[in-house]
Design a protein around this ligand. Structure first.
Ligand code: SF4
Length: 342
């Protein structure tokens, strides 16, 4: 797999490595891909990641990589602001923290003190944790939750390992959320996987006017749609996430246009399902985002606070989500449209 073609950031200049994972094969393989990087041993990832007085906005211009071991808790129950898509046992996995893309609305900016990326390399422990859940019940796990995993695939092969794991566990379904444009990588990953119907690819799409302004470093809308077309052809169930919807004076035309474009290329009635949700965020995360980025029109918008979650004023929120569901119902049966609800 060619690193430059497949990884969105092949230029990490500093790689911090916890001493306890230095000798692992996966660590050595990752380091070997960045020949010119400074490799710096550290005691614990938090010594770097949680340092005081970091300028996490500036760090986004030159993200560093941290390789570490996660002691436990790879898998969490689904959060209140997330959609479960009707799954009774809904979890998310946290194996990478932070993302090479830079969406202004990303809640991660309110969660972490740093923009550097942490990859937890002890994935065997993660899969052991999942196995103990699967002994009790079936599970639906969102695996690309605190990150977008695909850009790291040439480093970690983590998505491929998840897919192989799904193949061996028939009571597991995974969802991979992405803004990737790398259809070729997805086609390669799919090779030899039988349970592809339990690997849901969720493409998060915004109108051009939103994507161009607020989704920095992420592939364009059209590039994502083309990637979804390739993935659909390769047999993955495709979810289209119109989530988070971002308010703008022209939002009605922009989102109507987006639906028409998506239908033209992806034939909405033939996708697995779609999700809809206007921007919302837990109170403490928004508080940190506002402090961190005083010029962000998304962070500084006058949202309303309800039960610890900030969201658009009820009138705006209901109109945005209502219009979206109404428009989508012209293309896809209502039972395949999932609307975020607390
Ligand atoms: S792609 Fe997702 S995880 Fe990455 S910055 Fe954007 S919203 Fe955050």
């Amino acid at each position: 797999m060619n690193l430059k073609d497949n990884c969105y950031n092949p230029n990490f200049t500093h790689i911090y490595v916890e001493e306890k994972v230095f000798e692992l094969d996966v660590t050595r393989n990752i380091i070997s891909l960045f020949k010119r990087a400074n490799v710096i041993p550290i005691r614990h990832y938090k010594d770097v990641f949680n340092k005081n007085s970091q300028d996490s906005l500036k760090q986004k211009e030159s993200i560093n990589l941290i390789l570490a071991e996660k002691p436990d808790n790879f898998i969490y129950p689904g959060a209140k602001v997330c959609q479960s898509f009707g799954n009774a046992h809904f979890y998310y996995a946290s194996s990478v923290m932070n993302c090479v893309f830079d969406c202004e609305y990303c809640y991660l900016k309110g969660v972490y003190p740093s923009s550097n990326v942490v990859i937890f390399v002890n994935e065997d422990d993660l899969f052991r944790e999942v196995e103990s859940i699967l002994e009790e019940n079936e599970a639906y796990i969102s695996i690309s939750y605190d990150t977008d995993l695909l850009p790291f695939e040439p480093l970690t092969h983590h998505v491929r390992h998840w897919m192989e794991f799904v193949d061996k566990h028939d009571n597991l379904t995974i969802e991979l959320r992405t803004k990737s444009s790398n259809g070729r990588l997805l086609s390669e990953l799919r090779q030899g996987i039988n349970a592809i119907d339990r690997v849901i690819l969720s493409f998060s799409l915004s109108p051009n006017s939103i994507a161009n302004v607020y989704e920095k470093a992420a592939p364009s809308l059209m590039a994502r749609i083309q990637c979804a077309m390739v993935a659909k052809e390769a047999g993955y169930p495709i979810r289209i996430a119109f989530d988070p919807m971002i308010y703008d004076v022209n939002w009605r035309d922009q989102y109507r246009g987006l639906i028409a474009t998506v239908d033209r290329y992806l034939d909405l009635k033939s996708v697995y399902d779609v999700s809809v949700g206007s921007f919302r965020i837990p109170k403490d995360y928004l508080k940190r985002m506002r402090k961190r980025d005083p010029d962000s029109s998304i962070a500084q918008f006058p949202y309303m606070l309800e039960d610890g979650v900030y969201h658009y004023d009820n009138d705006i929120m209901e109109e945005m989500e209502g219009l979206m569901v109404e428009e989508l119902s012209k293309y896809i049966p209502k039972d395949r449209i999932f609307l975020w609800k607390e």
